[in-house]
Design a protein around this ligand. Structure first.
Ligand code: SAM
Length: 175
C-alpha cells in the first residue's frame, strides 16, 4: 500500500507569513505529501498551488480549514497516525524506524506557538534536532526521511510542461 501523507499547518500570521505559507504548501507537494490543511489563509495560496499543478502536473490539494482539532481527531478516528514536528520532541533518528511502518500520517507543523493539544493528540512528537529553526526545513527533512528520497523519482502525471534534466541551462518540453 502506498504511504498517505498529509500536512497540517497550524496558524498563519497575516502578510508576514504569506511567502512561508506558500512555501510550506510547495514543499509538501514536491516532497511527496498529497494534501495540506491550513488555517487562517485566504484563497490565494490555494490558487498559486493549483496553478503549479496545472503547469507541472499532479493533484496536490490545499484545504482551508477552520478547526484543526476536529481535522486531527477525524484523522485518528479513520486509523491514521499523527506526527507533530517540534524542537521539544524525540530526535527523528530515534523514531524513524517506527515511522517507516506507518501507512497513513498527518504531519503537524506550526507557524508560531503551537497549542498544547497538538502535543497530546500526536502519536509522535518529533524533533529535527533540538534547536529552533523553521517549519519548512523540518518538514522537508521529515518527508525526505520517511519517503527515503524516493519521492524525487516518482512520476507526476498530467501538467503542460516537463523538465528535461540537463547539466547546463534549462530544457523544458511541452507535453
Ligand atoms: N518553539 C517552536 C517549536 O515548538 O518547535 C518553534 C516555532 S517555529 C517558528 C515554527 C515551527 O517550526 C514549529 O511549530 C515546528 O513545527 C517547526 N520547528 C522548528 N524547529 C524545529 C525542530 N528543531 N524540529 C522540528 N520542528 C521544528
Amino acid at each position: 500500500m502506498k504511504k498517505e501523507v498529509t500536512v497540517l499547518r497550524i496558524g498563519h500570521r497575516l502578510v508576514r507569513d504569506d511567502r512561508v505559507t506558500t512555501h510550506a504548501a510547495l514543499v509538501s507537494r514536491a516532497f511527496g505529501a498529497s494534501r495540506i490543511y491550513m488555517t487562517g489563509i485566504d484563497q490565494s495560496v490555494k490558487d498559486t498551488v493549483n496553478a503549479i499543478d496545472k503547469r507541472w502536473g499532479g493533484h496536490f490539494e490545499v484545504e482551508i480549514i477552520q478547526d484543526w482539532k476536529s481535522v486531527a481527531r477525524a484523522w485518528k478516528k479513520s486509523g491514521g497516525k499523527i506526527a507533530h514536528l517540534t524542537m521539544y520532541g524525540i530526535n527523528i533518528d530515534d523514531t524513524v524506524e517506527k515511522l517507516y511502518k506507518e501507512q497513513k500520517l498527518l504531519v503537524i507543523i506550526g507557524a508560531e506557538k503551537v497549542p498544547r493539544e497538538a502535543y497530546e493528540l500526536a502519536d509522535y512528537n518529533i524533533a529535527v534536532g533540538n534547536q529552533p529553526h523553521s517549519e519548512i526545513a523540518a518538514l522537508a527533512i521529515f518527508l525526505d526521511r520517511i519517503f527515503e528520497g524516493k519521492q524525487f523519482k516518482r512520476d507526476i502525471a498530467g501538467g503542460q510542461l516537463r523538465i528535461v534534466p540537463s547539466e547546463k541551462g534549462k530544457q523544458v518540453e511541452k507535453i
